[in-house]
Design a protein around this ligand. Sequence first.
Ligand SMILES: [Zn+2]
Length: 184
Amino acid sequence: MLRLGVIALVVTGVAIAVVAGRSTKAEPSRPACDGFDFPVGAPDGVGYYDAQRFGENAHLGNDWNGTGGTDTDLGDPVYAVSSGVVTAAIDHGGGWGNVVRIAHPCGVESLYAHLDVIGVDVGMAVRRGQQIGTIGDAHGRYRAHLHFELRDRPLPLGEGYSQFHNGYLDPTSYIRAHRPTASN
Ligand SMILES: [Zn+2]
């Protein structure tokens, strides 16, 4: 009986070890993003201000302008806010003009509109802080500025304005809460 008991204990122990080994195996999960910087004046947005905040007039993004005023920011660099893959680099015309969209590994999508020049192609992997285009005016439709959106998942192009914010992130708040760390 004693011998059987020892064997039972050993068998039970092995079973527990196997189960424990399985339970410590990482669950499949979304990879992390490598932190977020501002899309102009990177990394901190120095030299620019948000002329129309998220939610103001039902705005779904930020309108970044140079502190020099008028069109002094025309042609200034626009940077990827986080590393990812370019999913759109196209002239939508109308109120959008040239648009770049980037899918980030944590599921967030960034959108950069009214660009003067598009500097990337669809499918290209970009790093945080890499220039992806320049500030434009949507073919003369506006004073030059960057319309910038962040979405918590890839969304249709949208209208830039809506009372419904579902899926849209407040870009400045999100970037401030997800700055790069020493490890990324
Ligand atoms: Zn805008």
